[in-house]
Structure formats: C-alpha cells, structure tokens
Ligand binder design. Structure first.
Ligand SMILES: [Zn+2]
Length: 95
C-alpha cells in the first residue's frame, strides 16, 4: 500500500487525501498549453490537485490559479478540465 498522500486542493485550498482529488497536468498542443485531467496520474510535470467537485473547479477558475499552480507562464486553456467535470459523475467528497 502506498503511503497516505495529502495534497491541497487548488480550489477550496483544503487539504485532502490524494485519492479524493483529481490530478491536473499540462500538455502542449500546437504551441498552446492545456490543463488536462491526469486520471492515470502518469503525466510528467508539476501537476495540481483539485477535488472532483464543481464548486472547487469554479473557485480555481475564478482565482485563476491554474497557471500558477501548474508552474506555467502565459495563458493556459482549462477546457479539457471543464469538459472532464461536466461529463463525469461528480461525487462530492467534502465532509
Ligand atoms: Zn476543493
């Protein structure tokens, strides 16, 4: 068993077990940066963590924390993340 990993959600900034969070990674396509859900948790790079909760996504969007959290300079397209949250069955993990 892996050790319990605690990460901070970039939306609500609460700490949670990594198993309850969605890892967000970056990919570059055609010179543009995209934030993508790293479901398999295998993409390289810094990564950021977010509850699988639409309210946390909304908070992170409003605060524009994706670029900073992911360590990228310049604009980042979070469309793939929005799509992921819109299409998956979102379970609220907040206790
Ligand atoms: Zn959160």
């Amino acid at each position: 068993m892996a050790a319990l990993v605690i990460r901070t959600c970039i939306g609500c900034r609460k700490r949670a077990c990594a198993a309850q969070l969605v890892r967000v990674a970056t990919v570059t396509r055609g010179g543009a940066m995209f934030a993508v859900p790293d479901v398999a948790r295998r993409l390289p790079g810094r990564g950021a963590w977010l509850h699988s909760d639409l309210s946390c996504l909304a908070l992170a969007e409003r605060r524009r924390v994706f670029g900073r959290a992911l360590g990228c300079i310049g604009p980042i397209d979070i469309g793939p993340i929005q799509e992921h949250y819109a299409t998956q069955h979102v379970v609220t993990q907040h206790g």
